[in-house]
Unconditional design. Structure first.
Length: 202
């Protein structure tokens, strides 16, 4: 179905745009939330007026939020967490947790809906976008570190840390297997020596 956007919708379009969307998304979310209208010949006549009004509103909002965007530059949030050997968390850091931590840090209310992030499930550094307006989307950093350890040890990309942890775990398994094999060989050699000694004594 085609809809006329009445408001800016992140990752879809700006007010006044005509967009083709899935029927369910349009009927169950965009239209009930007042974000869009069904694109009919009558509603399309309003598109220029809607776009013009939205541009004025967006300009004012961008000016108001510019100072907030500046506050977010270089913001780094720290989250202690429990995790396995490969760096995977027992649980996750959610957008709600990130929003609350960010709100406490900058002393301004940030909604979880403004946090553009999936739940974080790995130790390390994560870059997160904060949607202030359609045009202002500054990035912050979340550092997830193992409980009881220094966050500085985890200031590397989460994916790099996970890959390194998995490589270390794999190397440890190989080492353990080699140690077990050496132990079995040593035990076998000891048994062989004992048998030979018994034969010699006979």
């Amino acid at each position: 179905m085609k809809v006329l956007l009445l408001q800016d919708v992140y990752n879809l379009g700006r007010a006044g745009d005509i967009k083709k969307v899935a029927n369910g998304f349009g009927r169950n979310y965009l239209i009930p939330q007042g974000l869009a209208l069904l694109a009919t010949p009558g509603s399309l006549k309003q598109s220029d007026r809607i776009r013009e009004q939205a541009n004025k509103k967006r300009t004012i909002l961008n000016e108001e939020m510019a100072s907030v965007a500046e506050q977010l530059i270089d913001v780094q949030l720290l989250f202690p967490a429990k995790a396995g050997e490969t760096g995977k968390l027992y649980g996750s850091i959610t957008s709600k947790m990130i929003a609350e931590s960010l709100s406490d840090t900058i002393k301004l209310e940030i909604s979880k809906r403004q946090i553009d992030s999936q739940p974080l499930r790995l130790l390390g550094m994560h870059t997160i976008k904060v949607r202030l307006t359609m045009d202002l989307i500054p990035e912050i950093t979340a550092v997830i570190h193992r409980e009881g350890e220094s966050p500085e040890n985890y200031m590397f990309s989460a994916l790099e840390m996970a890959a390194e942890a998995e490589a270390e775990a794999a190397a440890q398994k190989i080492e353990d297997a080699k140690t077990a094999s050496d132990t079995q060989n040593a035990e076998g050699a000891a048994v062989q020596t004992e048998v030979e000694e018994q034969v010699d004594e006979a």
